[in-house]
Design a protein around this ligand. Structure first.
Ligand SMILES: C[S@@+](CC[C@H](N)C(=O)[O-])C[C@H]1O[C@@H](n2cnc3c(N)ncnc32)[C@H](O)[C@@H]1O
Length: 238
């Protein structure tokens, strides 16, 4: 998925101004308002650990991702943090957390309703009673802009210069993001191409998956335009 570009991920998102510190502080406020004093947090699809680097100021954190290259980047930035290579659809790391989060639309990588329900059920099963699940959805179908959008971003550090051009298109419920990276350094210029496929789930499908997993659900505006945040609280067993 991000196997060939994991080493470019942090450089590019820093250059485009993604503010993991502010997003993490906001996320902490959302969790704290619903479960004051929560101590432990699991980030599912943590990627390179952009949020975990900041969330560890508030919580004892654990990360999970399916992609070993992304986890290797996370491990470099998060010494001592437990990072587990697992698929969110079959998540089972054998612990309970006061908060479980799945951010930056990672849930969109699931390819159908069965997978969405399985992943949400598995994430909810890792919550303590009263614990909070936060899922940041992919673009709402009604907010998707048709017509093959092109984006161009560039970034550089002491070792390389990267230009990323992306083109997105929709095929039914599936959006395909075609990403071309030109990576230049002393050795030459490399061209890396990736295709990311994300599903346009409906808001009521996220809500139903979370309610079906035993959570009381709210919908909030997400950190990115056209994307919602779904927050579920696990009801205490009576
Ligand atoms: C857009 S990145 C977001 C990473 C990180 N949460 C962030 O905010 O930077 C999407 C991440 O989802 C992960 N991912 C996709 N499908 C997954 C799955 N089935 N189980 C676990 N992780 C998955 C990818 O490997 C990637 O790291």
């Amino acid at each position: 998925m991000f196997g060939a570009s994991a080493h470019l991920y942090d450089l590019i998102y820093a250059a485009v101004g993604k503010d993991y510190a502010a997003e993490s502080a906001d996320l902490h406020r959302v969790i704290e308002a619903r479960h004051p004093g929560g101590r432990t947090l699991l980030d599912v699809a943590c990627g390179t650990g952009g949020h975990l680097r900041h969330l560890q100021a508030f919580y004892e954190v654990t990360g999970v991702d399916i992609d070993p290259a992304m986890l290797a980047e996370a491990a470099r930035a998060l010494p001592g943090v437990t990072l587990v290579e697992q698929d969110m659809r079959t998540l089972d790391i054998g612990g309970r957390f006061d908060a479980v989060v799945c951010l930056f639309s990672s849930i969109g990588y699931l390819s159908g309703l069965d997978e969405l329900e399985a992943a949400v059920r598995a994430m909810a099963a890792h919550l303590t009673d009263g614990g909070v699940l936060v899922v940041d959805g992919w673009v709402r179908p009604d907010a998707w802009v048709e017509g093959g959008k092109l984006t161009v971003d560039s970034a550089a550090d002491d070792t390389m210069t990267v230009v990323r051009m992306g083109r997105s298109r929709r095929v039914g419920r599936v959006t395909v993001l075609e990403m071309h990276h030109l990576v230049g350094n002393d050795a030459g210029i490399e061209h890396i191409v990736e295709h990311h496929r994300l599903t346009l789930f409906e808001p009521d499908q996220y809500v139903a998956a979370m309610a079906g997993a035993g959570l009381a659900v709210e919908t909030l505006p997400g950190p990115m335009p056209g994307r919602d945040r779904y927050v579920g609280v696990k009801r205490a067993r009576s």
